[in-house]
Design a protein around this ligand. Sequence first.
Ligand SMILES: Cc1cc2nc3c(=O)[nH]c(=O)nc-3n(C[C@H](O)[C@H](O)[C@H](O)COP(=O)(O)OP(=O)(O)OC[C@H]3O[C@@H](n4cnc5c(N)ncnc54)[C@H](O)[C@@H]3O)c2cc1C
Length: 395
Amino acid sequence: MTETADVVIVGGGLEGAAAAWALSQRGVTDVFVAERNTVGSGMTGKSSGIVRCHYGVSSLAAMATVGLEVFESAEEIFGNDIGFRQTGYVVGVGAPNVENLRKSLAAQREVGVQTEEIDASDVAAMWPWADLEPFAAFGWEARGGYGDAYQTAQAFSVSARAAGVRVRQGTEVTALLTDGDKVTGVRLADGTEVCAGTVVIATGVWTRPLLAPYGIDVPIEVHREQIMMIKPGVDLGQVPVFSDLVSLQYIRPEPNGELLFGNSDLMALDIADPDGYSNRADDAFVDLTVDKLSTRFPGLTDAAIASSYAGCYDVTPDWNPVISRTGIDGLIVAAGFSGHGFKIAPAVGRLVADLVIDGRSTDPRIPETDFRLSRFAEEDLLRSPYPYVGAGEMR
Ligand SMILES: Cc1cc2nc3c(=O)[nH]c(=O)nc-3n(C[C@H](O)[C@H](O)[C@H](O)COP(=O)(O)OP(=O)(O)OC[C@H]3O[C@@H](n4cnc5c(N)ncnc54)[C@H](O)[C@@H]3O)c2cc1C
């Protein structure tokens, strides 16, 4: 059997769904999304969903701003609540990182991020259980918070389908079809060929082996990331997301009053098989959580562990995504989000749509060259000009 489409998107996670949505917003609706499982069933379902624009890389700060604007207007755009909660976002650094925090905040403001420095007394008012002594400076985003990546992916998908996009679940792509150096479509597991002049690969942690047979190396390592849910033992009220770059952890509230704990120490990767990894925290991680939480939040004397799970990051050498054309004409990759692809997803969708329709970014703040695949071979990595000692990744 043969089908045709203008664009095939492989992968119905957050990024593939965002691309389908953004294409449909620009009038490109002859789009076929092939998702081998169900929409959002990959690593999207594991996301902590933290929303902040705090990036030293200006294009990423601008992308996060675009994402924030979409999340804030979600009810208007999608017609329902997608789980965004605007709790605010605070980031704290120790003395070695004060100068770069200030430079980064200034650079963020230049691309439209609403962010400011606040002092320890402001943070103490929001997080009275915390020991803030080791911090030397704090950044604050009143518009930050957290979202629900699964609900967001569903919203993108529903909106794209309403515009005419075909979202096929239970539909695995087993091969790319090519003619010389041009992509011509994909082959599905049932043998169906879907012919298309453009194919977008949005398969996250599964991207590298999918593209390797075609001579395209997207240098992604799969890293297992463990998450703990904590019962705080007190009614926290409305607390903001807290990114602690001294003891390298992040904490965010859950709607049910629990806390989500994540480790921000990413110096050593926990290399994993994305189809066969332990989906619960191991004992060492439980100990680490207890240690970090009790050090930072000595006031939470009755805190207890509620549950745990794990997901995988698709980590590139510079911890930044590839949103790029490739050596095969018509083949575009949007993968390698390295654990921070939620907040920028609406902008990722728009950049993919720009690459499909215009061949380049239409937002001057977000040059497509920043995310080109060739930067790794060129050894011209996308790094923050204001890196944080001990916490350089993702910021
Ligand atoms: C534990 C964890 C915490 C995170 N926390 C945050 C955070 O706080 N803030 C933030 O901004 N980001 C965060 N992220 C990152 C963000 O959630 C991800 O970057 C994003 O969800 C990835 O979306 P994706 O579409 O690239 O990948 P996935 O959601 O994994 O989607 C890829 C899809 O491709 C499908 N697929 C694979 N191969 C094929 C094939 N051959 N044919 C058809 N379909 C195929 C899979 O089934 C899957 O559904 C976190 C991620 C994790 C794992």
